[in-house]
Design a protein around this ligand. Structure first.
Ligand SMILES: C[S@@+](CC[C@H](N)C(=O)[O-])C[C@H]1O[C@@H](n2cnc3c(N)ncnc32)[C@H](O)[C@@H]1O
Length: 172
């Protein structure tokens, strides 16, 4: 993918990945960055400003689903994004995928973070002593990974770096 000019980031926290996207996109790129915790974004904001890329970022202080639904109400937004990065509430990854498949253009890329969930997806009944909430995320990650692997509208590649990234290209 060359020159992603319109991108969406779901799950900003203090903005590590957001800054990476902002630094690696063209000067006129716009990033719609969504997170319900503005106070974390504000911690990273001085560094974003110092890097000279704040003008690219439209930070939306909200849970992501209603924002994506609002974007989809505007017909011109369909297929208008080149790239999306998802690193937020894991139980909504399927919901994000449904919406991003309309917002991101054919040929565009969506990356989902944490798809290996500490390796637990490979052995959900194994001896890693996970608390119930983490175990639930393991099961959600397995379900999401299966779903996306079966989705013929995308080509995917799982990069086993960090906590696992699924790089997903919309092909239809
Ligand atoms: C792992 S952190 C993101 C890290 C960030 N991508 C980075 O590289 O620094 C997860 C973030 O998802 C956000 N989050 C949780 N629920 C969300 C939701 N419903 N919509 C959007 N963001 C959400 C959290 O507030 C948190 O900032």
């Amino acid at each position: 993918m060359i020159n992603p000019k319109r991108t969406i980031e779901i799950g900003v926290y203090t903005g590590y990945s957001l800054l990476a996207t902002a630094l690696s996109t063209p000067p006129d790129a716009k990033i719609t960055a969504i997170d319900p915790k503005a106070e974390w974004y504000e911690i990273g904001l001085p560094f974003i400003k110092r890097a000279g890329v704040e003008h690219k970022i439209d930070f939306i202080h909200s849970p992501a689903l209603p924002v994506l639904d609002y974007l989809l109400l505007q017909e011109e937004k369909e297929g208008s994004f080149d790239f999306a990065f998802v690193d937020a509430d894991k139980h909504n990854y399927g919901n994000y995928h449904d919406r991003l498949m309309k917002l991101v253009k054919v040929g565009g890329v969506i990356i989902y973070d944490n798809v290996l969930w500490g390796g637990t997806v490979a052995n959900p009944d194994g001896d890693i002593n996970l608390p119930a909430d983490k175990k639930m995320i393991t099961m959600m990650a397995i379900e999401f990974n299966r779903r996306i692997a079966d989705d013929e509208r995308v080509e995917i590649c799982v990069a086993p770096v960090g906590d696992g990234l699924t790089i997903c290209r919309r092909v239809s």
